[in-house]
Design a protein around this ligand. Structure first.
Ligand SMILES: [Zn+2]
Length: 425
């Protein structure tokens, strides 16, 4: 059913500064899209069935712009290591296992089920280099009802043997076959996924660029995560002024190729300028940046300059699949950044992190992440009645508290693009 009304305390962002709250109001779903938020239900919608969530909090679904599905099995492990040790001990060992479809199936069942039970409605997901396992991941996310971009990863250099594709040709060929086989999903879409510049030869990026043009695909990758990586890219790509150019020179950095780049912790002026001009999305992953000692991204500055941005969990460099936790971490990370080394960029506000988690990231999917009229109807109903307090809290305070305290068990219902994922658990 695609036409209905939800009654409750409706909270959503219009801009990064404007958080709208309509207490005991109504949000209308018509043909899978929002038909607006109302204090009193217009007569024309009175015939729609109404789900009464009076006194609960209704928010747009949360968006995870950067998550590695195959890393989910080792979340929370190796969190005291730095990047290279962590990659060698955990990441590469785990990702190699996805050559085995039986293992992939078991792992992706858990990932898809946990994502379904979370407040995340849309996600940009990395798979592995394995086309068949990535198709399996897409199938499981489709069955879970999640709207997602999913990518088969490309890597043909500077990678451990078990994860290094034998040639650019082979990598692109497997990608083309995977694209062909993934065309029938309804809510899960393919996205080109060069792991990052150090793991992709020029020849491979050239071939991915051809595929991008032929199939009009978006792209996801990593950018300017840490200083060692940035220096390495400069060495690998003579003639580039900054990291982003290593994607841009193959047309894989915005404009006609929608792009989402994880991290952007150390992007300089020229890189920021290009991201803004090309409409590149930043996937800010604060927990990951702390765990891997990458640093603190100047996200507030990105927002002030009109660079598009959302949040990512970056499982398993981030330990939690919860975008609520990513919101809290984003505030904390921006405060440390401000205190420790840059008083010119103020910490993020509650309004800003809520915006990043909903509309900011949602717009990578088009009109998603808000209840403004015409937006995809993604909604999550939060029942916070079990979070006890003797205080009488206003709705705004309850929302603020959820950023820090929400758990999956507080989710009473979830809808994506008007589709009911679950209700009244
Ligand atoms: Zn990542």
């Amino acid at each position: 059913m695609r036409n209905y009304v939800i009654k409750g305390n409706i909270c959503y962002s219009r801009t990064r500064k404007e958080l709208c709250i309509v207490e005991n109001g109504y949000v209308v779903c018509r043909d899978g899209k929002s038909a607006g938020v109302y204090e009193l239900l217009p007569e024309s919608y009175e015939a729609f069935p109404c789900y009464n969530y009076e006194n609960k909090i209704v928010i747009p679904g949360l968006v995870d712009l950067h998550v590695h599905a195959p890393q989910y099995p080792f979340r929370g492990l190796g969190m005291d290591q730095e990047l290279i040790d962590w990659l060698n001990t955990h990441t590469f060992v785990e990702e190699a296992k996805y050559a085995d479809l039986d293992y992939a199936g078991r792992a992706y069942d858990i990932f898809a089920e946990d994502l379904r039970n979370s407040a995340t409605t849309r996600a940009c997901v990395f798979g592995t280099i394995h086309a068949d396992a990535t198709l399996l991941l897409m199938e499981k996310l489709e069955n879970a009802g999640i709207t997602a971009y999913v990518g088969k990863v490309n890597m043909d250099r500077n990678s451990p043997k078990c994860l290094c594709e034998e040639s650019a040709e082979r990598s692109a060929g497997d990608t083309q076959r995977w694209l062909h086989d993934s065309r029938n999903f309804k809510h899960v879409m393919p996205i080109l996924t060069p792991r990052f510049t150090p793991s992709c030869t020029d020849e491979l990026l050239e071939k991915l660029s051809e595929l991008q043009k032929r199939y009009h695909l978006p792209v996801q990758s990593h950018l300017s995560e840490n200083l060692g990586e940035i220096a390495w890219v400069k060495e690998l790509c003579p003639g580039t002024e900054f990291y982003g150019e290593s994607y841009d020179r193959y047309g894989l950095f915005g404009n006609s190729c929608p792009a989402v780049m994880a991290h952007c912790v150390h992007s300089g002026e020229a890189e920021m300028d290009l991201m803004k001009r090309r409409g590149v999305f930043v996937a800010h992953c604060p927990e990951s940046n702390a765990n891997l000692v990458s640093g603190a991204a100047p996200v507030k500055l990105y927002l002030e300059r009109g660079i598009r941005a959302g949040l990512g969990t970056d499982i398993a460099a981030g330990s939690s699949l919860s975008i609520f936790k990513a919101m809290a971490a984003a505030v904390q990370c921006s405060k440390l950044r401000w205190r420790l080394y840059d008083q010119s960029v103020a910490p993020l506000t509650v309004e800003e992190v809520f915006y990043l988690a909903t509309k900011g990231g949602g717009e990578f999917f088009g009109k998603a992440g808000s209840f403004e009229e015409g937006y995809e109807f993604d909604a999550v109903v939060m029942d916070d009645s079990s979070i006890r307090s003797p205080r009488e809290l206003r709705v705004r305070e309850r929302l603020e508290r959820l950023i820090y305290l929400a758990e999956d068990r507080h989710i009473a219902a979830k809808f994506i693009g008007g589709r009911e994922i679950f209700r009244e658990r």
